[in-house]
Write a protein that binds this ligand. Structure first.
Ligand code: FAD
Length: 361
């Protein structure tokens, strides 16, 4: 029996599970180790937070999926990869042996170790924390309370700020000189107008040094009063790879080649946010890349079992971006096209639901 171990139930591994169930490769024993029974799909989280979707609409029941495809689910946090023992160790001491292992762990939140962030900010990851944020949004803001703050003006920060604006005053704080740094000027201009129309104040070049009860302290020493502070300041690497002495990029993401295998060991694969692609280091940390890696990592794992040549992965050039603005519309960017309209929201809803339906039992 070949022991196949999947760590994390991110976008790519959901596809691996689906194909495993369809093909049932003989002689392969499947174990999945992940944090939670239900996996929250990040693309629909803003819609969940603003009450458009229920929890069951935005989650995959990983436990049921693994059971359906004939695998074994182990709940726990992977903390160490022991290459000499060929095992992955969980925080509770469980040791999971493997012949082949694949990681799809997503990413953490950059800056969460700054003073006061863990204690006083709302951390959206792991995504199992999101229901708590929804409850918070649903409770009425106290009169005279300072505006809430979203720290980090990437795509997720902009979406969450729009969601919160429907409930209370919101400020968006960004450490770099501009919002949506990975997008073009035209898209930024359109997004800036949407934020202004919603009364969302945007502060760029404002690097947060610490979070306190009811306030943010910026690096220049100034303080901003803040009701709730939502922390979305970019992606950080899962600590497991560095702790295990593996080769990573300079931010700690596991270095893989274009077959999605770890550069120093053919038995180890990594996909999605947690991987750094040696040949394509600029690949953004976004779920759409993880989705496209799903079929490739599946074929790579099967190629490793059958001693065949592994397929190569090449990231798509750009992607369709759709940002939910919590008003029945979405911002859209596709190649040269930029817009903000109801059709874009409809398209996002259709794409997201179609994606999730494949894995919902
Ligand atoms: C609010 C918000 C909205 C977003 N919207 C979009 C969008 O519309 N489109 C888009 O492309 N990107 C979006 N993103 C970015 C997107 O969330 C990430 O790029 C994406 O989740 C990465 O997917 P993944 O497959 O790598 O892992 P994830 O989908 O993040 O899954 C990681 C899995 O690993 C498990 N895990 C984590 N650590 C461990 C551990 N140590 N041991 C075991 N299991 C573990 C988790 O439980 C989870 O099952 C959004 C992000 C946020 C915060």
């Amino acid at each position: 029996m070949t022991q196949l171990l999947l760590v994390g139930a991110g976008h790519a591994h959901l596809e691996v599970l689906r194909r495993f169930g369809r093909e049932r490769p003989p002689g392969v024993e499947l174990t999945v180790a992940t944090l939670d029974r239900r996996h929250f799909y990040s693309g629909m989280l803003p819609g969940y937070l603003n009450g458009t979707y229920s929890e069951s609409e935005v989650t995959v029941d990983v436990e049921a999926l693994v059971e359906r495809v004939g695998g074994r689910l182990v709940l726990g946090r992977a903390v160490l990869l022991d290459r000499s023992e060929r095992s992955v160790n969980l925080a509770d001491g469980t040791r999971l042996p493997y012949e082949l292992v694949s990681f799809n762990l997503g990413s953490g939140l950059a800056g969460r170790d700054l003073p006061g962030v863990r204690e006083h900010a709302v951390l959206i990851k792991p995504f199992s924390r999101v229901p708590e944020l929804r409850r918070m949004l649903e409770s009425p803001a106290e009169t005279g309370a300072p505006p809430s703050t979203v720290v980090g003006a990437g795509a997720a920060g902009v979406e969450i700020a729009c969601t919160m604006a429907a409930h209370s005053g919101v400020r968006l704080v960004e450490g770099s000189g501009r919002i949506l740094a990975e997008y073009g000027e035209e898209f930024r201009r359109r997004a800036t107008r949407v934020l202004a129309d919603k009364g969302i104040e945007v502060a760029t070049g404002a690097r947060v040094a610490a979070v306190e009860t009811g306030a943010l302290v910026l690096e220049d020493g100034s303080r901003l009063r803040s009701g709730a502070t939502i922390w979305l300041a970019g992606a950080s690497a899962p600590p497991l790879f560095k702790h295990s002495g593996l080769t990573t990029d300079d931010r700690g993401f596991l270095l893989v080649d274009d077959t999605l295998r770890y550069v120093a060991d053919e038995r180890i694969f990594a996909v999605g946010d947690c991987a750094a692609l040696l040949q394509y280091p600029e690949t953004p940390k976004a779920g759409v890349y993880s989705v496209r890696q799903g079929p490739v990592v599946w074929q790579g794992l099967m190629a490793a079992i059958h001693d065949r040549k592994a397929p190569r992965y090449r990231p798509q050039d750009g992607f369709l971006s759709l940002l939910n603005t919590a008003d029945g519309r979405a911002l859209i960017r596709y190649k040269g096209l930029v817009g903000h309209n109801r059709f874009a929201w409809w398209l996002k809803d259709w794409i997201d639901k179609r994606f999730l339906r494949r894995y919902q039992t």
